[in-house]
Design a protein around this ligand. Sequence first.
Ligand code: 8YV
Length: 326
Amino acid sequence: MSKPRLLVARAVFPETLARLEQHFEVEHNQADAAWSKQDLIARLRGKAGAFTTGTERIDAEVLAACPELKVCANMAVGYNNFDVPAMTAKGVLATNTPDVLTETTADFGFALLMATARRIAESEHYLRAGKWTKWSYDMFAGAEVHGSTLGILGMGRIGQGIARRGAHGFGMNVIYHNRSWLSPDLEAACRARYVSKDELLMTADHVVLVLPYSAESHHTIGAAELAKMKPTATLVNIARGGIVDDAALAQALRDKRIAAAGLDVFEGEPKVHPDLLTVPNVVLTPHIASATVPTRRAMADLAADNLIGFLVNGKPLTPLNPEVLT
Ligand code: 8YV
């Protein structure tokens, strides 16, 4: 019997590709060429499966053009690049990579918080530029992390990981806001207290965004929300671009409406709002929160397992729309 046909839309670990090639007739993109939507459609036609990352949008137009498609496995926990209802309507399975990146991403959220509050990037640039000629009492004096109030917007697995780090490692007072309350057991494990969004914005010393992107979460943080934050506060976004109004944030940073921000994700990335590139009190990283070698391998393995699990054995591991299986 011939092997199912698979498109691997971006460059992946050679070992992942080799494993997929054992089960599928693979068209790959190891050159990591930037494909337009029409390029993606042209390559996806006739394929039963796709290995995607957060950069490939699978929507009604793509699905209509690729009627043989049965499954898209995203190498990401976030899946706002998938139109899941449209996929479900066409009977196309969607899978993501939960759990395997939780702790690594929470580590990075904390690293970005520390770098932002303690002005690590700004002071490093200063030193490299040869501007450090003498010590002074207030040089790069930042905000306290230990013992301060940590506000987490979006309390899923990664949010809880950040809460645990803050509460247990840094003695922080952790407050959170989410669509739903955590169970009392989880709240106790995170030592976190549920508050309204406004209370979180007004009382947190550090606000960390870890909520999924959707039409409802678009610009969760804009000028009005930034105005509610403490002038000494920091804002960290490791969730998705578009959750923050980047233009409003750049203005707030310039005006010192808030003290500093740490951003791993951007509206329209890899483009970055030009104003963010010119304000000093922001730490900018290129969407690397899950980027450790073991975690990226685990994400690639899980995406591959989902494809093999579904197309070869009929059983995906982490389906997003399991209703298409029945
Ligand atoms: C990915 C992410 O690296 O998992 C996610 O949702 O944002 C990152 O871990 C990125 O989406 C590439 O697929």
